[in-house]
Design a protein around this ligand. Structure first.
Ligand SMILES: NC(=O)c1ccc[n+]([C@@H]2O[C@H](COP(=O)([O-])OP(=O)(O)OC[C@H]3O[C@@H](n4cnc5c(N)ncnc54)[C@H](OP(=O)(O)O)[C@@H]3O)[C@@H](O)[C@H]2O)c1
Length: 284
């Protein structure tokens, strides 16, 4: 079995590699592909440099692959072309199963962030390659990496998601789900909506952070326009600020709520909760 992970050098990709190895896949069976191979540890697997903007590198990485995972790229606007090149290379290589990371409700959500994902899902379906779509919810880790430091320092979290509920999931759990799909049977054609079992409003996130760190934290709901201005003030580029503000409105509409139970079923255990993630947070 030869399994190629495109985007293996990223935070999710490294969890997928860990999940594969935990399932007994050997280093020689895994091709870990990304741009910055220095992010991979020696024992991970065979590393291959790949750039989604370079179709030839994708063809080389996917040659002889039985199964592959395409972890979506990081540049909204460029991603559909990049993903199309990866799907085309997988088709040429005769890959037997191609898994793709996507976003919750990709084909039904109105938020702009879903557009690249919906377009990529359509390309994958049309490719004729046996596929699995992993519609990954918002990372729980982002609350620890991004929200906690701001909340604890300033005592306030600003957003525009109202009372919308999010079902965040850890990269650890999502990486395991991808590894399960890549090594298991019976997943071809599946579209998994992968979220944590518990959902939260941002008021609840603020309360959980306040409880955990023993400090006052409030969630301040503002309009999407005000939220975008806050991001611009923090130096976030215009295009990304627009996208993030629009995502807040999607959350408010319930587009990031996932209640399928697919994630816990795939990984065979309860999903990580916010309290568990916060317990691991290191504020130093
Ligand atoms: N669910 C969520 O909350 C959420 C949040 C943010 C992003 N995402 C999506 O989920 C993906 C994985 O998340 P993550 O946390 O693992 O992100 P990450 O740590 O930034 O990793 C992104 C991965 O994509 C690779 N990549 C990006 N552009 C590429 C290109 N042109 N050619 C080759 N490789 C490229 C990166 O390679 P190098 O690092 O080697 O360059 C890296 O391996 C992201 O790329 C994004 O599409 C999801």
């Amino acid at each position: 079995m030869k399994i190629v992970v495109l985007g293996a050098t990223g935070k999710l990709g490294r969890q997928v590699l860990r999940g594969l190895r935990n399932r007994g896949t050997t280093g020689s069976e895994i091709i870990a592909a990304g741009r910055d191979l220095a992010k991979l540890s020696d024992q991970d697997s065979r590393a291959v440099r790949v750039d989604y903007d370079d179709p030839a590198s994708l063809r080389v990485a996917l040659r002889g692959a039985d199964r592959a995972l395409l972890i979506s790229g990081t540049e909204p606007g460029r991603r559909v072309t990049q993903h199309a090149a990866a799907i085309d290379a997988a088709h040429q290589a005769g890959v037997g199963l191609l898994a793709l990371t996507s976003t919750p409700n990709a084909t039904g959500a109105a938020m702009s962030m879903a557009e690249d994902h919906a377009a990529t899902e359509a390309l994958l379906r049309d490719s004729g390659i046996p596929f699995v779509i992993l519609r990954n919810s918002m990372y729980l880790d982002l609350f620890v990496e991004q929200t906690v430091p701001v909340a604890v320092t300033r005592g306030v979290i600003v957003g525009a998601s109202g009372k919308g509920r999010i079902s965040p999931a850890s990269r650890d759990d999502l990486g395991d789900a991808a590894a399960e799909v890549l090594t298991g049977e019976g997943h071809a054609g599946a579209v998994y909506e992968l979220g944590g079992q518990r959902s939260y409003t941002m008021d609840e996130v603020a309360a959980a952070i306040a409880d955990r760190f023993g400090t006052a934290v409030e969630y301040r709901d503002v309009s999407a326009g005000e939220f975008k201005d806050v991001l611009l003030g923090q130096g976030v580029p215009e295009r990304m600020a627009e996208l993030f503000a629009d995502t807040q409105l999607g959350i408010a509409r319930g587009e990031m709520l996932v209640d399928t139970g697919d994630l816990s079923r795939l990984i065979g255990r309860p999903t990580q909760t916010l309290d568990e993630a916060l317990a691991k947070a290191d504020l130093r």
